[in-house]
Structures are given as structure tokens and as C-alpha cells.
Design a protein around this ligand. Structure first.
Ligand code: PLP
Length: 443
């Protein structure tokens, strides 16, 4: 009689036994949807567009498998897909693509960016400590406060732009160090490389988690800088059109990937087939969108700075952490903020803008303007906002792909109408003469 199979042999056999839609051999569902290291062959702009799915009809765009269940060929089941909560071909295709784009071994697609953080924070147990920044996305702050109040998780908010503050806070109970860079709306830069190193040195079990929503894999790969897990809101740059909610999680450690997949399969927060399709479509244009949004943002940041406003944007040499940002990232992104020193004035500017839609969020093809303290960050109470030195008058601009002259023109009109800059003869020139800048100055 043949020797019994070892588990490794058995799983190898299972792996060889099935060829999925994309031509990859996989064990039955639930199987890792992105089990291969994300070794990229081409430049990112190419990889974003290039997919090698082997659809049975050769469809150039992966079909939407709008089906909750999949028929099995034997009474004991075991086909690659059986139930969409556990796995769906459209979601799998997206997850493999994202793993490649994010230089990850495994990517997981869920219903929103906050859904992604929910899955990640379910790795925590009562008594675990989390170290995080003091200028967090409002929803992140809300979820961490919930975990603190209801799940016995201890949360330390420190100035994460100061590596020493993070180092001081690490203990043997630190289970997670959660970072965002640039922060929003204060556009503070966090040193992922140093924090990952000191965190792992001080506590080998601590997981360094990075929210990469602000830069996207186009501009930053936190896993390459020492992070254990990266997540992004797919609602923003990845999809690019503000027509879906989605979240992506990526990591290189297969065990971590399996643990998070377990939560997704248990709670049912995996991204729907239809939204997986839309995210897949959106992400193909990430490079061209981001390039345009970024160059527009640079021009607008320079325009505002020339007019005497305090502008926060890592594309400006005046940014106090300019060098740190560029040591990690390939671009400055397309979110910037500026201050007017007057809340009522800021409100008038935001309301006077026409091309710039008043909306929370960013990463969309059209440009948006908002007052974070009134909108996206309103869930952080006024006292905490003050403690974290968040200026109440701060205006956030999320720059889209429109013609940059139109964007500057609309902003100039809003600034004049609100009384933030004075109307001069140059403004008329700026409207009529191509490329000529207004010489009016901030009030
Ligand atoms: C929007 C956003 C999230 C949350 O993503 P949703 O898709 O809205 O749930 C998390 N982090 C940052 C930095 C964000 O901008």
C-alpha cells in the first residue's frame, strides 16, 4: 500500500487538480484568490491595464458573475466556487490584479475602506494596544473609538510625524501601529520606513498597518517600505469616479491573509460581483488620472501660495517634510489644503466656487472643495480637533482632471467673490491672456 499523503502533498495535489477561469490551478473554494507573489513584469501604468484572464469566450473584460451560488459536480461539493460570500470569479480576478499592482502576495476586496479597516482590526484582542496618529481620517477615528469603548482595545493617539513619540508608546502589548500618510487635511507626512523598523525591533509581533488611500499604489507601496498590511478605500483613486464604495487590503504574509479572509468569509463583507467589475474597470485608468490630477494640484497649490495663503501640499518645497515625502513616494498626490485665518471667509469661498463641487471624499475625476471640520471630520468633536491643532478655517481641495485654467479661474472668482483676494486689473488679464497670473494678494 502506498504511504499516506502528507498534508503538503495533499494540498499540492489539490492545487494541481483544478484550473480556474484565469488559468491558475487552485484548490477548491475557499481558496486564496491571490496566492502568487505580486512580481510585476512591466511598468505600473502597463500593469494597471494588462490582465491575462483566460475567459472561456475570450471576453476582454472579465464578466460579472452575478450569482450567489455555483453548481457542484459531485455530492461532496469541492468545485472552485460554491457561494459568493466565500468566493466569486469576478472578485477573484480583481483581487489577483490588485495583488500585482500593490506588490503583494495577497489582496482582498471588501465593501468599503472602513470595511477593510474593520477586517484588519478584527485581528485585535481585548487588551491589545494600538498606536496611531492624531490627524486620522474621521471614520478611522470613529471605528477606533468604538473598539476602545466596546472591545477593550487600548488606543494611543500620538503625533505620528515624530518617530520618537511612536517609539515611546510601543510596549509588549502593542499589537498594531496604524499609519496614514499624508494625513488629511493637515497633510502631515509619516515616516513609514523608520516607524516600521522601530516597531518591529521593539515588538516583533506588532503589525504595521498603512492606510494608503491618499496616494494609491500609483505613488506609494507601503509593503515595500516595511509595512505588514496596507489598505485603501477603493471608493477614491482606485475606482476614480465616485460611483462605488470599495476597500482593498493587501499583505505578503499568507497566514495574515488567511486570517483576514476568514473574517471576510465569516461576516460576508466581500465586494459584490458588480462592484468588483466596476473597480476593475476604474483601476485601469489610475495612472493617467493620477498624473493629470497631480499636475493640476501642483499648479493650484502654487497659485494659492503665490497669493499668500498657507498651503499644505507635499509638492511644494515649502512643505516642512518635503524631503521625507519624496524619500518614500513617487508623487505628491492631488489633495491639498489651505487656510484663510477666518472661518466665515472660508465658508464664503467654498460656497462661491462653482466648478468645485462641495463634497466630502476625494480621488474622483471631478474637483471637490470642502471644509473638513464641518464635513468629513465633523465626527471628531470640536475639543479633540482643537487638541490636534486642526484649523477650523481649513479648506481642502481635491483636484480632478478638468482643464487646470478653468479650475484656477473658478477658484480665483470664488476668492474674489468671498473677499479673500482683491480684484485687480490683472485678474481681467488673467482671464483673457493665456498663462498670465493675477497679481492680487491674500487679504
Ligand atoms: C475615504 C477614506 C477611508 C474610508 O473609505 P470608505 O471607502 O469611505 O469606507 C479611509 N481612509 C481614508 C484616508 C479615506 O480617505
Amino acid at each position: 500500500m502506498a504511504a499516506p499523503q502528507t498534508p503538503a502533498q495533499a494540498s499540492k495535489k489539490a492545487l494541481l487538480s483544478r484550473v480556474d477561469l484565469d488559468g491558475h490551478a487552485l484548490p477548491p473554494s475557499p481558496a486564496p484568490s491571490s496566492p502568487h507573489p505580486g512580481a510585476r513584469r512591466y511598468a505600473l501604468a502597463t500593469e494597471l491595464v494588462y490582465t491575462d484572464s483566460k475567459d472561456q469566450y475570450g471576453a476582454s473584460s472579465i464578466p460579472i458573475y452575478q450569482s450567489a451560488t455555483f453548481k457542484q459536480t459531485s455530492s461532496s461539493g469541492g468545485n472552485e466556487y460554491d457561494y459568493t460570500r466565500s468566493g466569486n470569479p469576478t472578485r477573484t480576478h480583481l483581487e489577483r490584479h490588485m495583488a500585482k499592482i500593490m506588490n503583494a502576495n495577497r489582496a482582498l476586496a471588501v465593501g468599503s475602506g472602513m470595511g477593510a479597516l474593520d477586517v484588519i482590526t478584527r485581528l485585535l484582542k481585548p487588551g491589545d494596544e494600538v498606536i496611531t496618529g492624531d490627524d486620522l481620517y474621521g471614520g478611522t477615528n470613529r471605528l477606533l473609538t468604538y473598539l476602545k469603548n466596546n472591545q477593550g482595545v487600548i488606543v494611543h493617539h500620538v503625533d505620528s510625524t515624530n518617530v520618537d513619540r511612536v517609539k515611546e508608546a510601543i510596549t509588549d502589548k502593542t499589537a498594531m501601529v496604524l499609519l496614514e500618510t499624508p494625513t488629511n487635511p493637515l497633510i502631515k507626512i509619516v515616516d513609514i520606513v523608520s516607524i516600521a523598523r522601530i516597531s518591529h525591533e521593539a515588538n516583533s509581533k506588532a503589525l504595521v498597518v498603512v492606510d494608503n488611500t491618499m496616494l494609491s499604489p500609483m505613488l506609494l507601496n507601503p509593503l515595500d517600505l516595511g509595512a505588514d498590511i496596507v489598505y485603501e478605500s477603493g471608493t477614491k483613486y482606485l475606482s476614480g469616479h465616485h460611483d462605488i464604495m470599495a476597500g482593498i487590503i493587501a499583505c505578503n504574509n499568507p497566514e495574515l491573509g488567511d486570517k483576514m479572509y476568514f473574517t471576510i468569509n465569516s461576516t460576508g463583507c466581500g465586494l459584490s460581483p458588480n462592484d468588483s467589475f466596476l473597480l476593475m474597470r476604474g483601476v485601469k485608468t489610475l495612472a493617467i488620472r493620477m498624473e493629470r490630477q497631480q499636475s493640476n494640484a501642483q499648479r493650484i497649490a502654487e497659485y494659492l501660495e503665490e497669493h499668500g495663503f498657507k498651503v499644505r501640499y507635499p509638492g511644494l518645497k515649502s512643505h516642512p517634510q518635503y524631503d521625507l515625502h519624496w524619500s518614500m513616494a513617487r508623487g505628491a498626490g492631488a489633495v491639498l489644503s489651505f487656510e484663510t485665518q477666518d472661518v466665515a471667509l472660508s465658508e464664503r469661498i467654498v460656497e462661491a466656487a462653482r466648478l468645485w463641487g462641495i463634497s466630502v471624499s476625494f480621488g474622483c475625476v471631478n474637483s471637490l472643495i470642502s471644509m473638513p471640520c464641518r464635513m468629513s471630520h465633523a465626527s471628531i468633536d470640536a475639543k479633540t480637533r482643537q487638541e490636534r491643532q486642526m484649523p477650523e478655517d481649513i479648506i481642502r481641495l481635491c483636484v480632478g482632471i478638468e482643464d487646470v485654467e478653468d479650475l484656477i479661474d473658478d477658484l480665483r472668482n470664488a476668492l474674489i467673490q468671498a473677499g479673500a483676494i482683491t480684484f485687480t486689473i490683472d485678474d481681467i488679464h488673467a482671464k483673457n491672456v493665456d498663462g498670465e497670473e493675477s497679481s492680487s494678494s491674500a487679504a
